[in-house]
Design a binder for this molecule. Sequence first.
Ligand code: FMN
Length: 236
Amino acid sequence: MSDILEAILRRRAVKLFEPIEISQELREQILDAARHAPSSFNMQPYRLYWVESEAQKALVAKLCMGQSPAATASALVVAVADIASMPATTECQLAWMRSSNFSQEKIRDYERTAKIGRILFVPGPLGIFAAVKRAIFWSLNLWKTMGMPPLSRQEWLKWATKSTSLACQNLMIAAEALGFNTCPMEGFDGRRLSRYLGLSRRDHEIVMVIAIGKRSHEYVEAPQWRRPLEATVTLL
Ligand SMILES: Cc1cc2nc3c(=O)[nH]c(=O)nc-3n(C[C@H](O)[C@H](O)[C@H](O)COP(=O)(O)O)c2cc1C
């Protein structure tokens, strides 16, 4: 079996960790794997907060309701969907395209797409622009096959959450492949954790907190159960 498949099948949500340190090199490998995940329009609309100092970890673990994976982890990663990062991301990609000698045509194409993205993004006061844009898209959709883009802030946050989740899964598989274990958690006090990280309700949504460490020898793992394949898959 391939190493990747092995890491995927070996991964479990581990609830109790040994106190070990994660070196800077391994931390960077884990985070690098996370950002290699695919993302919608390659926008990478997230920020990962790696919490490793004892004091900060204790605080975040408390905001994860003191759950044992959080309290015993070597590090906690707070994965935040971040729609405010988009303008900086497009500027950064444009600078990269210019310095990598992309053709003028490709750069113009990207600028055009970024501009459309910016127009779609502005929800306006009380979501008025979003309502107008939705009406336009619905009318177009009556005679044209097309997808509906995110328009309201909530829809944009949902959009960003998908890409954030893929980065989280990459992070957990990379950690597993490098000899660590993880536990994804959504049992946290979102309001207090957001305040602690200085996040805004408009632009940010905490998707999950991931505990990383090495499985404790004392940890007794329950058998893994999954629905049968035919309950999750439809073949057409
Ligand atoms: C989005 C998400 C949130 C989760 N939240 C918690 C949590 O707050 N606490 C916890 O102990 N486990 C949490 N889990 C872990 C699940 O309980 C676990 O993945 C599931 O029971 C399957 O077990 P396995 O991952 O070992 O196969 C979460 C998993 C996911 C994907």
